[in-house]
Design a protein around this ligand. Structure first.
Ligand code: UTP
Length: 296
């Protein structure tokens, strides 16, 4: 049974400066809910109720978000704001949240290695990147866990990307897998030049991994950009026996990127009954350029 999730959230978020100088990008909201909360909710929905943040100096507000806030609770109670009180209290009971620090941002593989003591070498665990948002109702992670429990192999999420974006991701060499949507990955390369890319299938921020990956990460030299790369550890494992790629079939947003973040907010808000109809009408006016209140 996979019960543990590791959320690497120690990065500097340089693509999202200046806000990330003082606010962790993982706390930027999708409408009113921090990205990190959406991801913890995804873990819980997928049966993973033990959540470890791999965090860093200056980012402790992320843990605070999942703690009690008694002064706020008392105030909401006194004012009879029961719905908000329930929202705030529920957060502290959502999952068993733990954290470790990655003293220096030496790469995603290095961040995952900081979880070795908490997870141990014999347990499997999921990794979810704190700025990679899937559709808030998606069961994709649960399906990845099921594939891992069936195959015992590392499972990664694969997404088709246009040629001009292959240099931004880890790219997989694949053959068809056992079932619809599954691929067998025999090789991986981190951020290749488009001309050298083995496919257009990119690894995105969801992984289900065996604890044996910690031993591989420990021995790994720095890779692309001088960082310890999770992709390189997976490449070592794939060279022994193919790992499994599950094709992403739900909407996904790179919320660590300004455009991806804006798209996530518009998409999430449009489907909310309290905001969607008004936002849609406003956007239509804005794009038509015929309502001065729309600011176009
Ligand atoms: P990113 O590649 O988005 O890195 O990492 P970043 O440093 O946060 O952002 P930019 O590129 O400078 O804007 C993907 C995820 O891995 C975590 C990040 O916090 C993010 O959630 N990460 C990355 C770590 O925890 N430690 C690292 O050393 C690197």
């Amino acid at each position: 049974m996979v019960r543990k999730a590791v959320l690497p959230v120690a990065g500097l978020g340089t693509r999202f400066l200046p806000v990330t100088k003082s606010v962790p990008k993982e706390l930027l909201p999708g409408v009113d809910t921090p990205a990190l909360q959406l991801i913890v909710e995804e873990c819980v929905r997928s049966g993973l109720d033990d959540v470890l943040f791999v965090s860093a100096m200056g980012k402790s507000s992320m843990e605070d978000h999942f703690d009690r806030r008694l002064d706020l609770e008392r105030e909401l109670e006194a004012k009879g704001k029961d719905d908000q009180l329930e929202l705030v209290r529920r957060l502290a009971e959502l999952a068993h949240v733990h954290s470790v620090r990655q003293g220096e941002a030496l790469g995603l593989g290095h961040a995952v290695l900081q979880a070795a003591g908490h997870v141990g070498p014999d347990d499997s665990f999921a990794v979810l990147l704190g700025d990679d948002l899937l559709d808030p109702e998606s069961d994709f992670l649960e399906r990845m866990v099921a594939v891992h429990e069936r195959t015992s192999r590392p499972v990664v999420a694969l997404m088709e990307v246009p040629e001009e974006q292959v240099g931004l991701y880890g790219i997989a060499t694949v053959q068809p897998g056992e079932r619809e949507g599954e691929h067998l990955i025999s090789g991986l390369v981190e951020k290749p030049d488009a001309a050298d890319a083995p496919s257009n299938l990119a690894v995105i921020g969801r992984y289900v991994l065996p604890g044996s990956i910690f031993g591989v990460l420990e021995d790994l030299p720095p890779g692309r950009g001088g960082e310890i790369q999770l992709t390189d550890a997976l490449e070592v494992m794939a060279a022994e026996e193919p790992i499994v790629g599950l094709t992403l079939d739900v909407p996904r947003f790179d919320a660590g990127d300004k455009l991806g973040y804006l798209q996530a907010n518009v998409a999430f808000a449009l489907r909310r009954p309290d905001l969607g109809p008004q936002l849609r009408a406003w956007l239509e006016d804005l794009l038509a350029g015929d309502d001065p209140r729309a600011g176009a």
